[in-house]
Design a protein around this ligand. Sequence first.
Ligand code: OAD
Length: 242
Amino acid sequence: MIFFNHQVQEARSRIASARAVTVLTGAGISADSGVPTFRGADGFWRNFRAEELATPEAFERNPRLVWEWYNWRRETLATKKPNDAHYALARLEGRAQDFHLITQNVDGLHRLAGSRRMSELHGDIWKVRCTNCHHIADNRDVPLALLPHCHTCGGLLRPHIVWFGESLDEQVLANSFQAVESCDVMVIVGTSGLVYPAAMLMPSAKDHGAFVIEVNLDSTAYSPDVALSLHGRAKDIVPLLL
Ligand code: OAD
């Protein structure tokens, strides 16, 4: 416990004196809001096959099945609220001289908590994109009428989410690399670090001299390489860092 308190103190003072702080979050931060992770014991990818639900081929084969799955996730997410970790990061954005939040989450909880300087690497489940004219629109309909079509051109809409085998938005990725390369402290919260290219952000921050702090229930792919690993729930630990 004394060691843990000492680590928290060090993390706090690093963040307080940093010129630029960049935070990377994953499903673990929303686990405390009741949203399942992807690879945990009850994670989505333990119970569903990603290749049937989250690939462009799956959508081409069976758009209704894919939409049913996203519709179900949207219905579940509509009942969830940000937790203390989301709110703490929104407060940190207001305090840090230079702050950037990069999230792999598509659940919209950071935005609901008040975060604004944000890169959503994997898209946003509350947006739809036309497969024909590529127009992106906000959509919070719950449930969504299946199959949904574009108001502008009538084309089939898809979730505005990066699926397996697809490339991330170039600008969003460039902004994210710029944020990790220019920060002096990077905080990584609740991600397994197994999905690329997001997993390349931590090594890049380190190569550019950042002090890297990890918050996670368990050890991860990042743990051997970070300066500080704080083990526990995001909702308990992240607020302590401010
Ligand atoms: P994972 O499910 O791979 O990892 C979740 C991480 O959160 C694990 O390291 C857990 O130990 C940790 N964790 C769980 N509960 C926690 C808690 N209460 N507090 C702190 N940590 C906790 O999720 P991601 O790393 O986010 O892609 O997965 C990356 C991507 O893979 C996702 O963005 C998703 C998925 O396929 C898309 O949706 C495109």
